[in-house]
Unconditional design. Structure first.
Length: 140
């Protein structure tokens, strides 16, 4: 049973090689900060958050860097492939390729897409790595 207002989408990619080949990375506009709150953050900040996650230690929010101090401003790379929730290998391939280039990656998965947060000063290098990875997967 679906929650009222929820939808299910067909066409998600599950094959690991296809996921990497079709990831089509996009460097989105904006700078982001990871912020934590032991209590409830202001409602306006919570509703403006790109993402939030409740951890035992605190509520973590990903917000526009203008709304919170950022010890490490991040950029978001959206992988435009519609990845299946039970698809295997995309996160491993992406994080592994970025790790080989010493690029930190924080992966947040939504229902439709995976999002990679990388330090702002490494964003263009990360995009080059991901484009190369996708191209190499297309050579199979």
């Amino acid at each position: 049973m679906l929650v009222p207002g929820a939808t299910m989408t067909e066409g998600a990619v599950k094959d690991s090689t296809a996921l990497v080949r079709q990831m089509d990375p996009e460097l989105t506009a904006g700078r982001f900060a990871f912020a934590t709150f032991s209590g409830e953050p202001p409602a306006a900040l919570q509703s403006a958050a790109t993402a939030l996650f409740r951890e035992p230690e605190a509520l973590s929010l990903i917000v526009d860097a203008e709304h919170a101090p950022a010890e490490m401003p991040m950029r978001m790379i959206r992988l435009r492939v519609h990845s299946a929730l039970d698809g295997v290998g995309l996160t491993a391939a992406v994080s592994g390729a970025l790790a080989q280039e010493n690029i930190p990656a924080n992966v947040v998965a939504g229902y439709h897409h995976d999002h990679i947060f990388v330090p702002e000063d490494l964003a263009e290098q990360a995009m080059a790595v991901l484009r190369r990875l996708a191209a190499e997967a297309g050579q199979d």
